[in-house]
Ligand binder design. Structure first.
Ligand code: CTP
Ligand code: MG
Length: 231
Protein backbone atom coordinates (compact mmCIF):
# COMPACT_ATOMS: atom_id res chain seq x y z
CA UNK A 1 0.00 0.00 0.00
CA UNK A 2 1.31 3.44 -0.90
CA UNK A 3 2.26 5.90 1.82
CA UNK A 4 3.67 9.36 2.35
CA UNK A 5 6.39 10.15 4.84
CA UNK A 6 7.06 13.17 7.03
CA UNK A 7 10.74 13.59 7.85
CA UNK A 8 11.49 15.95 10.72
CA UNK A 9 14.90 17.43 9.83
CA UNK A 10 14.73 20.81 11.54
CA UNK A 11 16.78 20.12 14.65
CA UNK A 12 19.99 21.84 15.67
CA UNK A 13 22.03 18.77 16.55
CA UNK A 14 23.09 20.23 19.88
CA UNK A 15 24.13 16.89 21.42
CA UNK A 16 26.23 16.05 18.35
CA UNK A 17 28.06 19.32 18.86
CA UNK A 18 29.15 19.67 15.22
CA UNK A 19 28.30 23.37 15.10
CA UNK A 20 25.69 22.69 12.41
CA UNK A 21 22.71 20.44 11.74
CA UNK A 22 24.04 16.88 12.22
CA UNK A 23 22.08 15.83 9.10
CA UNK A 24 24.66 17.68 7.03
CA UNK A 25 27.53 15.56 8.39
CA UNK A 26 28.81 13.04 5.88
CA UNK A 27 29.02 9.25 6.06
CA UNK A 28 31.05 7.76 3.22
CA UNK A 29 31.09 11.22 1.62
CA UNK A 30 27.29 11.53 1.53
CA UNK A 31 25.25 13.66 3.97
CA UNK A 32 23.23 11.77 6.59
CA UNK A 33 20.10 13.50 5.26
CA UNK A 34 20.64 11.99 1.82
CA UNK A 35 21.29 8.49 3.19
CA UNK A 36 17.85 8.66 4.82
CA UNK A 37 16.03 10.21 1.86
CA UNK A 38 17.48 7.63 -0.55
CA UNK A 39 15.70 4.82 1.30
CA UNK A 40 12.33 6.44 0.56
CA UNK A 41 13.33 7.67 -2.91
CA UNK A 42 14.06 4.05 -3.83
CA UNK A 43 10.96 2.56 -2.18
CA UNK A 44 8.30 2.02 -4.83
CA UNK A 45 5.54 2.32 -2.21
CA UNK A 46 6.60 5.82 -1.16
CA UNK A 47 4.39 8.43 -2.83
CA UNK A 48 5.96 11.55 -1.40
CA UNK A 49 8.17 13.01 1.30
CA UNK A 50 7.53 16.15 3.30
CA UNK A 51 10.54 17.61 5.06
CA UNK A 52 10.45 19.92 8.05
CA UNK A 53 13.49 22.15 7.69
CA UNK A 54 15.05 24.88 9.83
CA UNK A 55 14.96 28.17 7.88
CA UNK A 56 18.76 28.43 8.15
CA UNK A 57 19.11 25.10 6.26
CA UNK A 58 16.56 25.66 3.46
CA UNK A 59 19.06 26.71 0.84
CA UNK A 60 21.60 23.99 1.59
CA UNK A 61 18.91 21.29 1.68
CA UNK A 62 17.55 22.40 -1.70
CA UNK A 63 21.02 22.22 -3.21
CA UNK A 64 21.48 18.68 -1.84
CA UNK A 65 18.11 17.47 -3.14
CA UNK A 66 19.12 18.56 -6.65
CA UNK A 67 22.67 17.25 -6.41
CA UNK A 68 21.57 13.79 -5.30
CA UNK A 69 18.50 13.55 -7.57
CA UNK A 70 15.90 13.28 -4.83
CA UNK A 71 12.61 13.76 -6.68
CA UNK A 72 9.94 12.57 -4.29
CA UNK A 73 10.00 15.59 -1.97
CA UNK A 74 6.56 17.16 -2.29
CA UNK A 75 7.06 19.86 0.30
CA UNK A 76 9.57 21.63 2.51
CA UNK A 77 7.91 23.19 5.53
CA UNK A 78 9.51 25.32 8.22
CA UNK A 79 10.39 23.45 11.39
CA UNK A 80 9.13 24.43 14.83
CA UNK A 81 10.81 24.85 18.19
CA UNK A 82 10.10 21.23 19.16
CA UNK A 83 10.14 18.11 16.98
CA UNK A 84 6.39 17.76 17.51
CA UNK A 85 5.74 21.25 16.11
CA UNK A 86 7.93 20.51 13.10
CA UNK A 87 5.89 17.40 12.35
CA UNK A 88 2.58 19.19 12.86
CA UNK A 89 3.61 21.85 10.33
CA UNK A 90 4.21 19.08 7.81
CA UNK A 91 1.09 17.08 8.73
CA UNK A 92 -1.15 20.11 8.12
CA UNK A 93 -0.04 20.15 4.48
CA UNK A 94 -1.11 16.55 3.79
CA UNK A 95 -4.27 16.60 1.68
CA UNK A 96 -4.67 13.06 0.38
CA UNK A 97 -3.67 9.47 0.98
CA UNK A 98 -4.48 7.08 3.79
CA UNK A 99 -1.24 6.12 5.57
CA UNK A 100 1.37 8.54 6.80
CA UNK A 101 4.77 7.64 8.20
CA UNK A 102 6.87 9.79 10.47
CA UNK A 103 10.58 9.06 10.31
CA UNK A 104 13.49 10.91 11.91
CA UNK A 105 15.83 12.17 9.23
CA UNK A 106 18.58 11.29 11.72
CA UNK A 107 17.92 7.51 11.31
CA UNK A 108 19.62 6.67 8.00
CA UNK A 109 19.68 2.87 8.43
CA UNK A 110 15.99 2.03 8.19
CA UNK A 111 15.38 -0.79 5.70
CA UNK A 112 12.63 -0.97 3.12
CA UNK A 113 11.48 -4.41 4.34
CA UNK A 114 10.84 -2.98 7.81
CA UNK A 115 8.92 -0.04 6.37
CA UNK A 116 6.71 -2.44 4.45
CA UNK A 117 6.04 -4.62 7.50
CA UNK A 118 5.09 -1.49 9.42
CA UNK A 119 2.72 -0.27 6.70
CA UNK A 120 1.00 -3.66 6.54
CA UNK A 121 0.36 -3.53 10.29
CA UNK A 122 -0.79 0.11 10.28
CA UNK A 123 -3.18 -0.67 7.47
CA UNK A 124 -4.92 -3.17 9.75
CA UNK A 125 -4.67 -1.39 13.11
CA UNK A 126 -4.51 2.33 12.24
CA UNK A 127 -1.32 2.84 14.24
CA UNK A 128 1.96 0.91 14.30
CA UNK A 129 5.46 1.68 15.50
CA UNK A 130 8.81 0.01 15.18
CA UNK A 131 11.02 -0.88 18.11
CA UNK A 132 13.33 -3.46 19.68
CA UNK A 133 13.18 -5.34 23.00
CA UNK A 134 15.30 -3.67 25.69
CA UNK A 135 18.67 -5.40 26.11
CA UNK A 136 19.88 -3.81 29.33
CA UNK A 137 18.40 -4.31 32.76
CA UNK A 138 16.29 -1.24 33.44
CA UNK A 139 15.95 0.45 36.80
CA UNK A 140 13.86 3.35 37.94
CA UNK A 141 16.04 5.87 39.74
CA UNK A 142 15.13 8.85 41.88
CA UNK A 143 17.71 11.31 43.21
CA UNK A 144 20.60 8.93 42.73
CA UNK A 145 18.94 5.87 44.28
CA UNK A 146 17.33 2.85 42.66
CA UNK A 147 13.66 2.65 43.52
CA UNK A 148 12.67 -0.27 41.32
CA UNK A 149 14.00 -2.86 38.89
CA UNK A 150 11.55 -2.76 36.02
CA UNK A 151 10.52 -6.08 34.45
CA UNK A 152 12.61 -6.06 31.28
CA UNK A 153 10.49 -8.41 29.22
CA UNK A 154 7.79 -5.74 28.92
CA UNK A 155 10.16 -2.94 27.87
CA UNK A 156 10.90 -1.95 24.29
CA UNK A 157 13.14 0.77 22.91
CA UNK A 158 11.03 2.58 20.37
CA UNK A 159 12.35 3.96 17.10
CA UNK A 160 10.93 5.50 13.95
CA UNK A 161 9.28 5.08 11.49
CA UNK A 162 5.87 5.23 13.11
CA UNK A 163 2.88 4.75 10.80
CA UNK A 164 -0.68 5.98 11.16
CA UNK A 165 -3.95 6.41 9.40
CA UNK A 166 -3.77 10.10 8.47
CA UNK A 167 -7.11 11.03 10.05
CA UNK A 168 -6.05 9.39 13.34
CA UNK A 169 -2.72 11.21 13.50
CA UNK A 170 -4.42 14.53 12.73
CA UNK A 171 -6.91 13.97 15.53
CA UNK A 172 -4.05 13.11 17.91
CA UNK A 173 -2.14 16.27 17.00
CA UNK A 174 -5.23 18.45 17.34
CA UNK A 175 -5.92 17.07 20.83
CA UNK A 176 -2.28 17.54 21.86
CA UNK A 177 -2.34 21.13 20.63
CA UNK A 178 -5.58 21.90 22.45
CA UNK A 179 -4.26 20.41 25.67
CA UNK A 180 -0.72 21.78 25.22
CA UNK A 181 0.73 18.29 25.49
CA UNK A 182 4.20 17.77 24.09
CA UNK A 183 5.34 14.16 23.73
CA UNK A 184 8.64 12.61 22.72
CA UNK A 185 7.14 10.61 19.86
CA UNK A 186 4.03 10.50 17.68
CA UNK A 187 2.72 7.32 19.19
CA UNK A 188 2.37 8.99 22.59
CA UNK A 189 -0.10 11.45 21.07
CA UNK A 190 -2.16 8.64 19.55
CA UNK A 191 -2.04 6.65 22.81
CA UNK A 192 -3.70 9.64 24.52
CA UNK A 193 -6.71 9.13 22.28
CA UNK A 194 -7.08 5.65 23.76
CA UNK A 195 -6.34 4.12 20.36
CA UNK A 196 -4.24 0.92 20.44
CA UNK A 197 -0.78 1.14 18.87
CA UNK A 198 0.79 -2.05 17.48
CA UNK A 199 4.52 -2.64 17.74
CA UNK A 200 6.57 -4.29 15.02
CA UNK A 201 9.99 -5.71 15.92
CA UNK A 202 12.68 -3.82 14.06
CA UNK A 203 16.49 -3.88 13.91
CA UNK A 204 19.00 -2.84 16.56
CA UNK A 205 21.01 -1.07 13.87
CA UNK A 206 18.25 1.43 13.08
CA UNK A 207 20.08 3.92 15.30
CA UNK A 208 19.42 7.63 15.61
CA UNK A 209 22.57 9.68 15.20
CA UNK A 210 22.50 11.71 18.39
CA UNK A 211 25.94 12.02 20.02
CA UNK A 212 29.44 11.97 18.45
CA UNK A 213 30.09 8.27 19.20
CA UNK A 214 27.05 7.36 17.10
CA UNK A 215 29.14 8.34 14.07
CA UNK A 216 31.52 5.44 14.83
CA UNK A 217 28.60 3.03 15.06
CA UNK A 218 27.26 4.45 11.81
CA UNK A 219 30.56 3.85 10.00
CA UNK A 220 30.55 0.24 11.24
CA UNK A 221 26.96 -0.35 10.11
CA UNK A 222 27.72 1.06 6.66
CA UNK A 223 30.83 -1.08 6.36
CA UNK A 224 28.90 -4.19 7.30
CA UNK A 225 26.16 -3.46 4.78
CA UNK A 226 28.67 -2.89 2.01
CA UNK A 227 30.58 -6.09 2.79
CA UNK A 228 28.24 -8.42 4.67
CA UNK A 229 29.96 -11.08 6.73
CA UNK A 230 33.09 -9.05 7.46
CA UNK A 231 32.12 -7.97 10.96
N1 CTP B 1 13.77 17.80 14.74
C1 CTP B 1 12.91 18.68 14.09
N2 CTP B 1 12.51 19.84 14.71
C2 CTP B 1 12.94 20.13 15.96
C3 CTP B 1 13.80 19.22 16.63
C4 CTP B 1 14.20 18.06 16.00
O1 CTP B 1 12.50 18.44 12.95
N3 CTP B 1 12.55 21.26 16.54
C5 CTP B 1 14.20 16.56 14.04
C6 CTP B 1 15.72 16.40 13.96
O2 CTP B 1 16.24 17.10 12.82
C7 CTP B 1 15.92 14.91 13.89
C8 CTP B 1 14.69 14.35 14.61
O3 CTP B 1 13.77 15.43 14.76
O4 CTP B 1 15.91 14.41 12.55
C9 CTP B 1 15.06 13.76 15.95
O5 CTP B 1 15.53 14.79 16.82
P1 CTP B 1 16.94 14.80 17.57
O6 CTP B 1 17.65 13.52 17.39
O7 CTP B 1 16.70 15.31 18.95
O8 CTP B 1 17.78 15.87 16.71
P2 CTP B 1 18.20 17.34 17.11
O9 CTP B 1 17.05 18.02 17.79
O10 CTP B 1 18.77 17.96 15.88
O11 CTP B 1 19.38 17.07 18.15
P3 CTP B 1 19.56 17.73 19.61
O12 CTP B 1 18.32 17.38 20.40
O13 CTP B 1 20.80 17.09 20.14
O14 CTP B 1 19.72 19.22 19.40
MG1 MG C 1 16.27 17.27 19.70
Amino acid sequence: MAYQVILPAAGQGKRMGAGKNKLLLELNGIPVLIHTLKVFEEDELCDGMILAVHPQDFEEFNVLLKKYNIHKVTGLVPGGKERQYSIYNALKTVTNGSIILVHDAARPFIRKEQIHRLIETAKKTGAAIIGVPAKDTMKKVQVGTVVETVERSSLWAVQTPQAFRISLLLEAYQKAEMERFVGTDDSSLVERLGHPVAIVEGDYDNIKLTTPEDLYFAEAILKKRQAPGTL
